[in-house]
Design a protein around this ligand. Structure first.
Ligand code: FE2
Length: 305
């Protein structure tokens, strides 16, 4: 059974415990999120100039669109204001900044009608982030930049919570990914995408699925082990969303989190997270709890150009 908590007053400790049991949280708009959305919209709009970002795909070639996103997304991710906004959001949602670490936020886009579904605007097949070297204690926070539509949202497949899905995550190593597949070349992948993205190797029953629709300024919170996918977008509009991931240092140290059921990837994203107060990395002795032999090969941390 999966429970969706709406505007729950739960503490962060209680919330994480529920998320590690497979539950989902949805929140109404909050001022810190609204502020970040305004900042994000300004950045997006300045990239598109006079075009409406949700409809720009109708007026641009796919390669121009991919090039624009390939420039916009890293600027958003690494913008110093992005980190300040995240600190405010994390605090407003009751997380202890001293104990909570965040990964840099991502700006995602889902184009309509199969305009661009590879590379920089990848249309996500059903996956768990824990197939991609995220720890079991990773919690994903997701918020739309423009009004969501059930036709351009994200889908959850909670029937697969703690239920093994045959998958090829054994071919994924996070450090190889950092060395070979991240960076500006992603925006060149406009017709096919040969990157080794772990996926189910059995047929996933996409129904029943759950689409949570929150207003702009709202938030959807879920475990990185939750099976989720991009909805095939036929809304006529490009969807833009922000997501970031949190880990709590006590859960890192105690190896608490969602149950493992089918993860076979190697490496860990544990070095990516930044402390809410001062952006310090997770202490090396805690990261070491998650290391495997592949850590000897370099690529532990992605260094953007
Ligand atoms: Fe994901």
């Amino acid at each position: 059974m999966t429970t969706v908590y709406y505007d729950s007053p739960m503490s962060d400790d209680e919330r994480r415990a529920r998320i590690y049991a497979g539950d989902l949280f949805v929140y109404s708009p909050r001022e810190s999120v609204r502020e970040y959305v305004r900042f994000t919209r300004d950045l997006i709009q300045s990239a598109f100039g006079t075009l409406d970002p949700e409809h720009a795909q109708d007026d641009m070639s796919v390669s121009d669109f991919a090039t624009l996103l390939g420039d916009l997304k890293p600027r958003f991710i690494h913008h110093p204001d992005s980190k300040r906004h995240l600190q405010k959001i994390i605090a407003e949602f009751g997380c202890d900044l001293q104990s909570t670490y965040f990964d840099v936020p991502r700006l995602r886009s889902s184009t309509s009608n199969n305009y661009l579904t590879t590379g920089i605007a990848y249309a996500w097949h059903p996956h768990r982030d824990t197939w991609y070297s995220a720890p079991q204690c990773q919690i994903n926070w997701w918020t739309p930049v423009y009004d969501l539509d059930a036709r351009n949202a994200m889908a959850f497949h909670p029937g697969y919570w703690n239920h093994a899905v045959a998958n090829d995550s054994d071919g994924y190593n996070y450090y190889e990914w950092n060395k070979r597949y991240r960076g500006p070349s992603v925006s060149k992948l406009i017709s096919e995408d040969s990157r080794p993205l772990p996926r189910a190797t059995e047929t996933v029953q996409l129904e029943p699925q759950l689409r949570l629709i929150c207003p702009v300024g709202g938030m959807i919170v879920f475990s990185g082990a939750q099976l989720h996918s991009s909805v095939p977008n036929d809304s006529g509009k490009t969807r833009y969303s922000i997501d970031f991931r949190l880990v709590h240092v006590d859960d890192v140290a105690g190896k608490r989190g969602a149950p493992r059921c089918d993860e076979q990837c190697t490496g860990t994203t544990m070095r990516d997270y930044l402390r809410g107060t001062d952006l310090a990395r997770i202490p090396a002795e805690l990261v070491a709890l998650y290391d495997d032999a592949s850590a000897a090969g370099g690529g532990l941390l992605y260094q953007p150009a």
